[in-house]
Design a protein around this ligand. Sequence first.
Ligand SMILES: [Zn+2]
Length: 191
Amino acid sequence: MPAGRFTASRAASIHDLREFDEGIILEQIEKWGKQGELQHVTSWYGLPAEITVENNLWHLVRVAGVPLHHPPVVNLILRRGLPEEARLRLSFLHEFGHLQTLPLAIAHVLILLIIGRWRRRGFLGSLAALMTAALAHEAVWELASEAYAVTKAGQDYRRIYRRHPNPGGQVLFWGSMIGIAIFATLKLLRR
Ligand SMILES: [Zn+2]
């Protein structure tokens, strides 16, 4: 495996660490997702991409040079109070999650476009519907990506948050994203 090559199995290698102690184990962990370092990744469906962890707030996935934009809502809300290393690692898994769950996000958008109520809305109505669809899409994709990070980090996800509790941020993220995803999706599908 060439240096800097990142795969799902490598992302999951943190799983193997039975005892998680930030002081000791963080030094031993392979430094994937290092700041400013470009990582080449491949999704489960074969799409190659690049991930850069620019800083605590900004992370980027590029597919064929095209950035997959999404608001840094997770890093602002969910990672508050976490030490930098844990934050960067979870952010990297989250970004990789965006790539891994892209088919799900596209399927959701297609469902909205195909069976959503788009006709007889008028210009402003259509504009509002488009914005609602964009919101629903962002929320679903954020949820899917973070669910991916939770699954891949496994025990360590819980350990990190047990050690650095952020109940307000967690409730705010999961509550608002689930609420927006359900409400906005239903609003478009309601006939
Ligand atoms: Zn995200």
